[in-house]
Design a protein around this ligand. Structure first.
Ligand code: ADP
Ligand code: CA
Length: 417
């Protein structure tokens, strides 16, 4: 029986979805974790501990493991494990993205350089070091601009600045994030800040799957809430897109060129693009599928989940259809509105009673310390909707949200020692 190695970081929202898909496949599953699992010793073929921050070392350990338990495919679920999956696949000679392409997709500076070199439209950009003095740099910037770390995700540390003072404040704020030990340990890229032109316009997200370099679009999502900063919280995603067909075609073609420019050839991509009167702009392309619990709203062919599809694709198994179901669908990510401790959640039933709402999933737990953007990386939860039209999907999400109430007790102000 074939064996699939699934790389699951401890912080992912996607464990359940991937494990459920894996159990439906009828193949042997080994879970690669970056922490020793309690049961690992008892079931040595089911778990392997890998260092996700050191892909070469992880590949060495995985290759040893594979001598005893041969591996047929490796699947990562986030930016880091996409690199590890590529490194392991290379060691095992399995078809996969090159390690370089996954590294480029994870490092925003490298990505910008590779895209620009291949003529994919990207904002003008420059990269600075934490040793630089933002007070000196500010006067040389063109505003509005966006500052961001190279290696974080989920809009963490992405801040718009409209002038010198905001630039300096944003720089310092990102610097404080990057100096946190768990970020700083990521080395050189964690000591840099990318600054780029703010691209006004509408934003969309493209979910795609690459096979031998060819991009298949799985879903194109509109993001109807304005994303003008200063922080860029994800909220509503609605598919299919309501933008004109010609714009959608251009978006898809731009994404395909971006994948080629980065050298990505196999597996999922999740891209964000903007468009305005000047055309389409590539904001970002990641070598992974959509994050959070968002994939729950997607169904393909005869009812495959996104995770079913990705695992089958990785194993080279037959996929009857990658066509998303006809019905419009959407999800709202619920951003954390303020820092504090979550004390109470109410209104879930009321929100679920809104026509079109199929589920409200509250992922934060009572007692949890909540950190909003730009520092935080989590959501309060997710609201899922299906309806006859994308407009109705969006309306249902907007009607459901105010029915949810979160009591957040402000944290005591930390004393500075
Ligand atoms: P992350 O990996 O954290 O998602 P992104 O670079 O994708 O980082 O930025 C997050 C969001 O910030 C984007 O989806 C977009 O809304 C906004 N953003 C980032 N860069 C720009 C830019 N140059 N112009 C306008 N908006 C931007
Ligand atoms: Ca992004």
């Amino acid at each position: 029986m074939p064996r699939l190695l699934l790389l699951l970081p401890t912080t992912t929202y996607r464990t359940e979805a991937f494990l459920e898909a894996a159990s439906r496949l009828g193949v042997e599953i080994t879970v690669g974790c970056d922490r020793t699992q309690a049961l690992a010793a008892r079931q040595p073929s089911h778990n392997v501990t890998l260092d996700f921050l050191h892909p070469k070392e992880a590949a060495r350990v995985a290759a040893l493991f594979a001598r005893k338990y041969p591996i047929d495919a490796v699947v990562g679920v986030d930016d880091d494990t996409a690199v590890v999956a590529a490194a392991i696949s290379e060691a095992l000679e399995l078809p996969h993205n090159s390690v370089e392409s996954t590294l480029a997709a994870k490092n925003k500076h490298l990505m910008r350089e590779m895209l620009r070199r291949c003529g994919v439209p990207v904002p003008r950009f420059a990269v600075f070091s934490l040793e630089d003095d933002p007070g000196d740099l500010a006067g040389r910037m063109t505003y509005p601009c966006v500052l961001k770390p190279l290696i974080l995700a989920a809009s963490r540390g992405v801040i718009r600045a409209d002038g010198d003072r905001e630039f300096v404040a944003a720089f310092r704020r990102i610097e404080a994030m990057l100096r946190q030990p768990e970020v700083a340990e990521r080395g050189e890229p964690a000591r840099r800040i990318l600054v780029e032109n703010f691209i006004p316009g509408q934003e969309v997200a493209l979910e795609g799957l690459l096979t031998d370099g060819k991009l298949q679009v799985l879903a194109l999502f509109d993001k109807p809430d304005p994303l003008d900063g200063p922080f860029f919280e994800e909220t509503i995603y609605v598919t299919p897109s309501r933008h004109p067909a010609a714009v959608q075609d251009e978006i898809v073609s731009c994404a395909a060129r971006a994948a080629a420019a980065l050298g990505l050839r196999e597996g999922p991509v999740h891209a964000e693009l903007r468009f305005n009167s000047q055309g389409i702009w590539m904001i970002e392309m990641a070598a992974r599928s959509i994050g959070g619990l968002c994939s729950r709203i997607l169904r393909f062919g005869a009812g495959l989940s996104l995770e079913d599809l990705l695992l089958r694709h990785a194993l080279g198994m037959e996929i009857e259809s990658m066509e998303r179901e006809r019905q419009p669908a959407g999800v709202m990510m619920l951003p954390i509105p303020q820092a504090g401790v979550l004390r109470q959640v109410s209104g879930k039933e009321e929100a679920e009673a809104v026509p079109g709402i199929v589920e409200v999933a509250i992922t934060s737990h009572l007692g949890q310390e909540l950190v909003p953007l730009p520092e935080g990386a989590r959501y309060l939860g997710f609201v899922f909707a299906r309806a006859e039209t994308p407009d109705r999907v969006e309306a249902a999400l907007r009607e459901a949200q105010p029915r949810l109430h979160f009591t957040i007790e402000p944290s005591p102000v930390e004393s500075t020692v």
